[in-house]
Design a protein. Sequence first.
Length: 353
Amino acid sequence: MTDKHPMDAHMTETRHRPVVVLTHRVHPLILQMLTDTCEVIANQSDSSLPASELRRRAADADALMAFMPDRITAEFLDACPRLQVVAGALKGHDNIDADACTERGIWLTRVEDLLTEPTAELAVGLLIGLARNIAVGDRAVRARLAGWRPTLYGSTLVGSTIGLVGAGRLGRAVARLLSGFEANLLYCDPSPVSGEEDLQMERVELSELLARTDAVVVCAPLDVNTLHLLDRPRLESMRPGSLLVNVGRGSVVDEVAVAELLRRGHLGGFASDVFEFEDLSRPDRPRDVPEELRAMQDRTLFTPHLGSAVASARLAIEEHAGKAILQALAGEVPDGAVNRPQRTASPVPTPAI
């Protein structure tokens, strides 16, 4: 395993081991799994590589393990002519040009269910934290507030009406957790949920969901149809004082509009684990959370994309991506493939997985 480009020192014209580039820190077990059969160029720091450095490292790579901060474009892929697979250690892959991968004969893989339950847990945690003023109360105690006062009254989830925007795996997992609170669940999704009666969910149009609910949890992915799905007019149609939680993708929600409606007192609170500035597929994305939104500490609750930040889950995610790399390099269809490359290079000789 090395932190240097293989052409910098020891690589000869004839390669006996495929080169794998890891863009971010991975568990030592994953490093071992890959270094048994591959030349691994790792980034075990806590920071993302500059785009130019990542391109330099990947120029002669056969495989790339990519993470959410990476922007993998057609131009990037053109600079990596040997690349056979981009294995995403992620679920949402809007930061990777899937069509460009397919056109260049490159596999693109992602993980599916490994992030679902941890993210659903965080969604409910954010909702409870927002509804019960947990972060505000924590600050009050640290400021030496002397015990109970008739303030910081919040709201309860028990018996409330909660709307889910998006009812894929994540939305359904959130619904299962919320069922323990005997909440009335509405959902909006292009497709009806199989078994919605078992989950005690009612499918409605988005306009009805926003008008009827005490809290809305966004679980939708980002695409052309969901970009700013919750814009100013739709946010204004929410019930006054209602809560909004986003664990889908940042740009599904218009954060500037959220700040305005919080300031006006229309929204009761906003919690989020995802933000517009993270969505690398948007050339016009903002570069930070709106300052006004960040300043509203008593009515907001933010976490830095911690949905899958569970040690066991991250190891499983990295293991899935690592196995997908070895499968693709062996000429097999990798687990989690989201495309079918039009042309695939000859497999790189590697020992059996």
